[in-house]
Write a protein that binds this ligand. Structure first.
Ligand SMILES: C=C(O[C@@H]1C=C(C(=O)O)C=C[C@H]1O)C(=O)O
Length: 359
C-alpha cells in the first residue's frame, strides 16, 4: 500500500511472489503477471519482496491517517552508538578529502522492543497522519521472503513516477530540522536554502539522475536551484525533474533499478560509496532501497525507502534507520544530530520520546 498526496495504490491478494527482481521484471514483460508491488533492498542483488497482486486498486484518496500511537519502548538500542557514528563520519570526511569518494551517505539503525504489540495497519495510519502530504507505505515482506515482517514508513522522496513516456523524479538531499517556533522554523529553512554545503550535497543527486535518465530520455528538465520542502520533522532541498522516454515500453520497475540507489542514500561514485557503506555499516536490508508498484503497461511509482521501520512478525520488535549525506564540509556532531531528527518520523508515530534511546 502506497499513500501519496495524489492518491493511494493498494495491492490486494497475491497471485505470485518474487525475490529475484529480474525474474519479476521478466514475468511482467511477458504478461505472466498483471502488476507488481513491493520492496527492493538497498543492494538490489539481495532478495526482494515483490508480489503480483490479484488486483491493483488505484485512484483512492490518500490515507487520512490517525493520531500518533502511544506505545512505550521496553528497550531502544542504536547501532552503532553515537560516539562510533561520529567517528565513522570523521573517517568518511577523511576519505572524501583524500579523493576516494565525493559523497557517501552513512546511516545508523535503532532497534526497539515495544511494551505491547502493534498491527502494521496501526503504524501505517499513524505514519500517514504525521505529515501534511499523507505520505506512507506498508509492504508485507513476508509475502515474498517468508519472514512475516512488514516495512512501514513515511518517505517524502519519490525515486520516480512514470506515466506513458513521462518520467518524473523528486530527489531530496540537504536537511535541517523543523521547529515549533515559526520564526526559528523559517530562519532554519532560509539558512538551508543558502547553505553551500547542502547545495553541493544536493547537486550530487541531481547530477546522478540527469546522467542516468540521459541514457533513456531525450530531454531531462530540472531547475538549476533546488526548492525547499518539508515533512513533519524536517526541511529538505528538493528538485522536481521531468524527462521524456525515447521508448515508453521501459517500465517503472526498470527505471527504479536504473536510478536507485541515488546519491541521496548511497553516494558518488555509486559503486565506491556502496562498497564503503557495506564495509562500514554491513547489510542495510530494505532501508534506502525502494518501495512501489508497476502496472501491466509499465506505469508506476517508486519511493526511496527512508523514514521507515521493519516491524517483525512478533508485532513488538522494530528496526528503524536514519542517515545523512557526508561531504567534504560535514561536521560529525551536526550529522549525528541530523540522524536524531530524522528518526523522529517513526518515533513520533509510535508516540515514543527519542530521549529513550539508551546509547
Ligand atoms: C538517508 C536519509 O535521507 C536522505 C538524505 C538526506 C540528506 O542527507 O540530507 C535528505 C533526504 C534523504 O534523501 C534518511 O532519512 O535516512
Amino acid at each position: 500500500m502506497l499513500s501519496r498526496p495524489h492518491g493511494t495504490v493498494r495491492g490486494e491478494g497475491v497471485v505470485g511472489s518474487f525475490t529475484d527482481v529480474d525474474e519479476a521484471s521478466a514475468a511482467l514483460r511477458a504478461g505472466e503477471v498483471g502488476s507488481l508491488t513491493g520492496a527492493i533492498p538497498f543492494d538490489a542483488r539481495d532478495p526482494a519482496a515483490l508480489v503480483a497482486p490479484a488486483r491493483l486498486r488505484t485512484g483512492e484518496a490518500p490515507l487520512s491517517g490517525s493520531a500518533p500511537l502511544s506505545r512505550r519502548a521496553v528497550s531502544t538500542v542504536s547501532h552503532p552508538d553515537r560516539d562510533e557514528h561520529r567517528e565513522r563520519i570523521a573517517h568518511a570526511v577523511k576519505r572524501i578529502v583524500a579523493g576516494d569518494v565525493g559523497k557517501v551517505v552513512l546511516a545508523r539503525s535503532v532497534d526497539l522492543v515495544l511494551d505491547e504489540q502493534i498491527r502494521p495497519a496501526e503504524l501505517l495510519d499513524a505514519l500517514a497522519g504525521g505529515n501534511a502530504g499523507h505520505n506512507a507505505f506498508g509492504v508485507d515482506l513476508g509475502a515474498a521472503t517468508g519472514s512475516g515482517s512488514w516495512l512501514l514508513g513515511a518517505s517524502p522522496e519519490a525515486l520516480l513516477r512514470k506515466s506513458g513516456s513521462t518520467v518524473t523524479c523528486h530527489p531530496y538531499a540537504g536537511s535541517a530540522p523543523r521547529s515549533a517556533d515559526p520564526a526559528v522554523d523559517r530562519a532554519t529553512a532560509d539558512e538551508l536554502a543558502a547553505s553551500t554545503k547542502d547545495l553541493a550535497e544536493h547537486a550530487f543527486v541531481v547530477d546522478h539522475l540527469r546522467e542516468r535518465l540521459g541514457h533513456l530520455c531525450d530531454e531531462v528538465d530540472a531547475p538549476s536551484t533546488p526548492q525547499l520542502e518539508s515533512t513533519g520533522e524536517m526541511w529538505h532541498l528538493a528538485t522536481p525533474i521531468r524527462a521524456t522516454l525515447r521508448d515508453p515500453a521501459v517500465t517503472a520497475l526498470d527505471l527504479a533499478l536504473l536510478l536507485g540507489p541515488t546519491p541521496a542514500v548511497c553516494g558518488t561514485p555509486s559503486d565506491v560509496a556502496a562498497q564503503i557503506i557495506r564495509e562500514v555499516e554491513g547489510d542495510r536490508g530494505f532501508y534506502a532501497g525502494t518501495v512501489g508498484w508497476c502496472d501491466a503497461v509499465g506505469d508506476g511509482e517508486w519511493m526511496v525507502s527512508i523514514r521507515c521501520a521493519e516491524l517483525a512478525a512478533d508485532g513488538r520488535s522494530l528496526r528503524t534507520w536514519a542517515g545523512g549525506g557526508i561531504v567534504e564540509h560535514s561536521d560529525p556532531q551536526a550529522e549525528l544530530d541530523e540522524t536524531q531528527f530524522k528518526l523522529r518520523t517513526v518515533f513520533n508515530a509510535l508516540g515514543i520520546p527519542l530521549a529513550d534511546i539508551v546509547n
